[in-house]
Ligand binder design. Structure first.
Ligand code: ATP
Length: 303
């Protein structure tokens, strides 16, 4: 179990990226959804001990993470949003090097580990090719291989499928789904379908705050009977937005399909719609935007 209590992080420029974040995350896959700038990467970096939060506490099992970051690192697998540079060394040599850094001293054990991981992520055939020449999907699969070195109990993956084509995204998600259910896997993303496909538990982060948390099934059920859909002309969209709580608009065959949040039928032309996780996400963002400032971390004036 990963326990995050009242975590707050303010960058030196005054941006408060995390604001009183508390979450209890059991074993299994946990989806953290949020728009750009919500604070997802900031939270991931704090959990991965790459950044010390301004306030709050993090516990993973027996480990007080802020007091003993090294103890967490020994059991952590982290796939950052962006590796930055991709070396010209081969995938096999790089994994071997990273295994040394993870403390696997025995050459034989490393060879077995590297082979098993490369086969698991389907990169065995290209093990001798330089990572610098890999496609985006191959890089991400290499990324998950390096995160799995040493059988970590906490795995953090930060927006892993952004920029991948649907086939590679699917491949990557299948890999994540195979990771054992006895470990905590945190998947940070703004792709709702990734959470729908993979995560039995989730939370939505907006402006550095957890605004919703639960199981996708329960959160979707809570919207039952509250989502309505209509197909309208593009010119009518602004008027519809003024009249209704329009949570999403989508073009379909030259017309605009709007999804509206309402306890009863909003009027002629609207049909009841089956809610999905995307409605949960958009309704949450809509309510947040209606209640306060635009999404993005809150900027505090520093005196
Ligand atoms: N090193 C930093 N210094 C100052 N501000 C930062 C720093 N890193 C992030 N921020 C700010 O903190 C807020 C949260 O950023 P963060 O990258 O954590 O969000 P995110 O949800 O991961 O966004 P994205 O989906 O775009 O990656 C943003 O306003 C961002 O500009």
């Amino acid at each position: 179990m990963l326990s995050i209590s009242q975590l707050t992080h303010t960058y030196p420029n005054g941006v408060r990226a995390l604001d009183d974040v508390s979450l209890e995350i059991p074993a299994g896959m946990f989806g953290l959804l949020g728009p750009n700038g919500a604070g997802k990467s900031s939270l991931m970096r704090c959990l991965a001990t790459l950044q010390v939060p301004s306030a709050g506490a993090i516990r993973f099992g027996d480990i007080d993470v802020l007091a003993r970051p090294d103890a967490l690192r020994a059991t952590l697998g982290y796939l950052p949003q962006d590796f930055g540079v991709y070396p010209r060394v081969s995938a096999a040599d790089m994994l071997d090097h990273l295994a040394v850094l993870k403390g696997i001293a025995s050459r034989g054990e490393r060879r077995d580990t590297v082979e098993a991981l490369l086969r698991q992520v389907n990169l065995w055939d290209v093990r001798k090719a330089a990572i610098a020449g890999f496609s985006g999907g191959m890089r991400q699969r290499f990324g998950i291989a390096q995160a799995l070195i040493g059988n970590p109990k906490l795995i953090i993956v930060d927006e892993p499928t952004a920029g991948l084509d649907p086939e590679e995204r699917n491949r990557f998600n299948n890999l994540l789904a195979e990771i054992g259910e006895s470990v905590v896997v945190i998947l940070s993303t703004h792709i709702v379908d990734d959470v729908t496909d993979l995560c039995p538990r989730m939370a939505i982060l907006v402006s550095g705050r957890i605004v919703l948390a639960g199981t996708p099934t329960e959160l979707i059920a809570a919207l039952q009977g509250h989502i309505w859909q209509a197909s309208i002309d593009r010119q009518e969209v602004d008027a519809a937005k003024a009249r209704h709580e329009v949570i999403a608009t989508r073009l379909r065959g030259g017309r605009t399909v709007i999804r509206v949040l309402a306890a009863a039928s909003p009027g002629v032309g609207f049909a009841p719609a089956e809610p999905g996780l995307e409605d949960v996400y958009f309704a949450t963002l809509y309510r947040h935007r209606a209640a306060g400032p635009a999404t993005g971390a809150s900027a505090e004036k520093v005196a």
